[in-house]
Every structure is written in C-alpha cells, then in structure tokens.
Ligand binder design. Structure first.
Ligand code: NAP
Length: 255
C-alpha cells in the first residue's frame, strides 16, 4: 500500500527512543522528512544516524517539553528548516509510574508535571502546527495516549492526562473548520509495550511470568504501534478523524 507520504514534513516529539523512534523510522522509510526532539543528546544523535539511512532530511533538536519556551524554540527551528509541517506526532509522555499508590501522599507537583508532560506538551505543539496545516489544507495530528486514557485504571494523574489528550484529539476532529481544511486528529492508545531501559524492562526482570497476563502472552513492540501511527498519518486515512485507536494486543476492556 502506498501511504502517499513521500516528501511530507513530519515532527515526532520524543522521537529518539521507543514508540517515537519506531514511528520516526516508519515515516522516514515512507519518504517523509522527519524532525525529532528530546533531551538526551547522545540518544538523539544515535537516532538521527539511524533515520538518515533512509535518505530523507532529518532534524534532531534539543527540547525539554516541560519548558514551554523550548517547545516554541524547537518548533521555530523545524519551520526555519522545513518551511512547513504536514504531520505532527505528539509522542512525548509518561508518568504512569510516578508518585505512589497512596494517592493522598502523592504531591500535587506530580499531578501537574504529568499533565504538563503529556497533555500540555501536546496542546502547545498542536497549536503551533495548526496554522501551517490550515494554510496548506492538509495535516495529520496523532497523539500517543494509553489504553488507560480510554478506560480508566492505573495512577490517576497519568490516566487523567491521557484522557485529556484523547478528548482533545476527538474534539478537534469534530470541528468542521479544521476537518474541511483537510486536517485530521486521532489518538493511538497503546497497551503495555516493551521498551528497553524503561519501567517494563525492570518489571519483567522482577517477574518472569508477568507477560502471561496479556492476551498475546507477550508485551507489544514499538514497531507494532508505529505501523498504526504511520497509517493514520497517511493520505489513505483521510476518513479516520477524532478516533481513539487501541493498539494493545487485546489488553484493554473498553470496546
Ligand atoms: N511503553 C509503553 O508501555 C506505553 C504504554 C502506553 C502509552 N505509552 C506512551 O507512549 C509514549 C512513548 O513512550 P515510550 O514508552 O516509547 O517512552 P520512551 O522509550 O521512554 O521514549 C520517550 C521519548 O520521549 C523523550 N522525552 C521524555 N521526556 C521528555 C521531555 N521532558 N522533553 C522532551 N522529550 C522527552 C525521550 O528522550 P529523552 O529522555 O532523551 O528526552 C524519548 O525520546 C508516551 O506518551 C507514553 O506515555 C507507552
């Protein structure tokens, strides 16, 4: 299937690792020019080298999404170099293991930081991207949420932030002005995805039977999430708008 992505300009936030890197790889393989942004320079440089193998233009930019000024600077650098943006993947997020199971003992700072890192980072990048997408009458915004953001459970600050992202994509998708300008907004809700150097690696090391709880008997792989994201970013997904797509191997209970 030709996804019709050749020559499009894309930004994947947090594209240096995990689901973001797998998505950036898929988009570059399809012929997109891709920008990624993150904090750790060594990991960003490794990712850039992997992405450049596909022969399109690659930008690897420094950005801590907890600093709104850095989001603006990073987005400005993307536009300065690319001239416009067709595809935005709001991938940066996390905080599902932050705080404690005793909710009232978890500082308010955790709630606000997790909301900033997930929801507000997505709000800020989306607002910056929309004028360019409106002008060219084509755009794709995909936000990486979590199965928890569709059905509840987990730690409340994380689920609340993921539900907010899901609601934002649905609501923007319903706005006729944006839809008629050719822009779609969707979210992809992963279940447990095994990423090296993250909490799941530690959890699996501590409990060899952990994967038995999942329908597939294993965790997901980042490439399996990226494949769905690349489709939603494509020309072929023009009727998919405002959707929250579970990519979780059957893990979630929500329909
Ligand atoms: N893995 C799962 O099981 C799972 C399940 C459900 C949802 N998700 C969601 O999927 C998304 C990606 O998660 P992942 O598991 O692929 O994570 P990951 O492997 O830890 O990658 C996170 C990426 O975001 C960057 N990043 C983290 N904090 C940042 C910040 N403050 N500013 C800028 N960049 C930042 C990281 O680079 P630096 O650290 O160098 O900045 C890295 O590139 C998240 O939204 C997460 O909530 C993951």
């Amino acid at each position: 299937m030709d996804l019709g992505l050749k020559g499009k300009f894309a930004l994947v936030t947090g594209g240096s690792h995990g689901i973001g890197l797998a998505t950036a790889i898929d988009l570059a393989r399809e012929g997109c020019h891709v920008a990624i942004c993150s904090r750790n320079p060594a990991r960003r440089a490794d990712a850039k080298a992997r992405l450049e193998a596909f022969g399109t233009r690659i930008l690897a930019l420094e950005c801590d999404v907890l600093q709104p000024g850095q989001i603006e600077r990073c987005f400005g650098q993307v536009i300065e170099s690319f001239g416009t943006l067709h595809i935005l993947v709001n991938n940066v997020g996390g905080g599902g293991r932050w705080g404690s199971d005793v909710v009232e003992e978890t500082e308010e700072r955790v709630w606000s930081e997790v909301f900033e890192k997930n929801a507000m980072a997505a709000v800020r990048f989306t607002k910056l991207a929309m004028p360019f997408m409106r002008t060219q009458k084509w755009g794709r915004v995909v936000t990486i949420t979590s199965r928890l953001g569709r059905e509840g459970g987990g730690r409340p600050w994380f689920t609340m932030a993921k539900a907010a992202q899901t609601a934002m994509m649905k609501t923007l998708g319903m706005m006729p002005g944006l839809a008629r300008d050719g822009i779609t907004f969707n979210s992809v809700a992963p279940g447990a995805v095994m990423i090296p150097d993250t909490g799941w690696e530690t959890a699996l090391a501590g409990d060899p039977n952990l994967a038995d709880q999942f329908p597939l008997g294993r965790l997901g792989r980042p490439e399996e999430v990226a494949a769905a994201v690349a489709f939603l970013c494509s020309e072929r997904a023009s009727l998919v708008n405002g959707a929250a797509i579970a990519v979780d191997g059957g893990e979630s209970r929500a329909f």
